[in-house]
Design a protein around this ligand. Structure first.
Ligand code: TGC
Ligand code: FAD
Length: 392
């Protein structure tokens, strides 16, 4: 793979909107990605292996629980710093950002928000340091976009709960130490449970043959008459709103992350277009290639503004779920379109592992589907502006 020559585009001087702390956090993540991720990511993706050696580094740059308070081991940063960390990691690879998203927003966040003090003290510091890794089980084989229909269930057996069911498409499941699992109680109410690897009746088969997110491990969670200690229930929130609240945080991170993948594709295509000579001049000198590049930087700049404004509203606590949906949908679609155009600028070289573009493009096919599909987010905006949900 080519040496990492990344230079971040900032067409509208968005750095002026960032604090010194934001810039410091971003630089630390950017340097780490250049040093540790870029040299190994292509091989990991080709081999379809999650590079576990990155776990310590992710913890060191604060990617596990960036906004979780320091007293629980988190980095205690604000939402814009969280976004910038996700942007830089996804500039390297969406699969690595996935691991950080799941650990932070889908495992640490529900324990922090819905857990007891004992659960927070037991799990959060280890999750922040990467000593313990987690995953999040919401999607089921027959319930993807409609998680409210889930059939995973648990029964009260006096001194424990008995959990049955299965979850599919679970990032990190093959190696996670714990899973935050969403299942219905005997009244049909959704609750979160923390389950641990090694508990009887629990298995995590890996999903193979993915063409996308190959450097991220994906699998199932299978619960077969699994005994879960009662103290592992997350008591502070129940109902579908509890897992969806975690998704708000993860979707926000993805809105930033997708910008990273887009920036990498744009930067690679711009450099290539200036160096590649055809018909006696750099292909960057042809109007058709300039149209592609000019549209890319315009779309990246709009996405950066959307993410930054959303971050400000998240810091104030005023961002709505529908506003988050709009940013996730727009920014991921922006990134996948840029990846496709950038790939064309590189001609045949664009399909090789010498460059990152094809890997980003394939990764983004998952990103546009998980955490709510492109169409589901459009329906969320539609319901928000009309007041009429069109999901059923
Ligand atoms: P609906 O009736 O609209 O809502 C049920 C309850 O939930 C509340 N709510 C939310 N709360 C917090 N945040 C949100 N974003 C919320 N959206 C809804 C709502 O107020 C209501 O509360 P209450 O108190 O009135 O009961 O529910 P619905 O069944 O009609 O579904 C709505 C829909 C389709 C938007 C929702 O189900 C949805 O978002 N579906 C998409 C599923 C999804 O995103 N799955 C993601 C799985 S995790 C994943 O993909 C991880 S990938 C990780 C990685 O590798 O990065
Ligand atoms: P479906 O819901 O079957 O949708 C199929 C198509 O139908 C989509 O285009 C969808 O937009 C459309 N559709 C569905 N309903 C409607 C409607 N009402 N109106 C119009 N169109 C509709 N889940 C987790 O819980 N944890 C994870 O860690 C996790 N990681 C993932 C990692 C990867 C690599 C992938 C691919 C998925 C992951 N997911 C995870 C699951 C992901 O969230 C789901 O794939 C996603 O929510 C869509 O569900 P589905 O695949 O069942 O598609």
């Amino acid at each position: 793979m080519k040496a990492d020559q990344f230079q971040a585009p900032d067409y509208y001087n968005l750095d002026d909107l960032l604090s010194d702390e934001h810039k410091m956090v971003r630089e630390a993540s950017r340097e780490w990605v250049k040093r540790e991720v870029s040299p190994i990511i292509e091989e990991a993706a080709q081999k379809a292996e999650f590079p576990k050696q990155l776990i310590n580094g992710l913890a060191e740059i604060g990617a596990f629980g960036p906004y979780i308070p320091e007293e629980y081991g988190g980095a205690g940063l604000d939402q814009i710093s969280y976004g910038l960390i996700m942007q830089e990691i996804e500039r390297g690879d969406s699969g690595i950002r996935s691991t950080a998203s799941v650990q932070s927003s889908l495992v640490m966040y529900p324990i922090f928000k819905y857990g007891t003090e004992e659960q927070k003290k037991k799990y959060l510091p280890k999750l922040a340091s990467g000593e313990m890794m987690g995953c999040f089980g919401l999607t089921e084989p027959d319930h993807g976009s409609n998680p409210g229909g889930m059939t995973s269930n648990f029964k009260d057996k006096g001194d424990h709960y008995l959990l049955n069911g299965a979850k599919l498409w679970i990032s990190n499941s093959p190696f996670a130490d714990i899973a935050v699992v969403w299942a219905k109680n005997e009244e049909g109410r959704i609750h979160g449970l923390i389950v641990e690897r090694g508990m009887e009746g629990f298995s995590t088969p890996e999903t193979h043959n993915k063409w996308s997110l190959r450097a991220s491990a994906t699998g199932e969670l299978v619960f077969n008459n699994m005994k879960v200690p009662k103290e592992n229930l997350l008591p502070e929130k129940s109902g579908l709103g509890a897992p969806l609240g975690c998704l708000d945080s993860a979707r926000y991170g993805i809105a930033w992350g997708a910008i990273g993948a887009a920036m990498d594709c744009y930067d690679t295509a711009l450099r290539y277009a200036k160096e590649r000579i055809q018909f006696g001049k750099p292909i960057a000198g042809f109007q058709l290639q300039q149209k592609k590049l000019a549209e890319m930087i315009t779309e990246i700049t709009k996405a950066q503004l959307l993410a930054w404004r959303l971050g400000v509203m998240r810091n104030e606590g005023t961002a709505t779920s529908a506003q988050i949906s709009m940013a996730k949908r727009n920014n991921v679609a922006m990134a996948i379109n840029i990846a496709r155009e950038a790939r064309q600028i590189l001609g045949g070289m664009g399909i090789t592992g010498e460059y990152s573009i094809m890997r980003h493009m394939m990764n983004l096919e998952s990103v546009i589907t998980y955490e709510g599909t492109h169409d589901i987010h459009l329906l969320i905006t539609g319901a928000d502006i009309t007041g009429i949900p069109a999901f059923q």
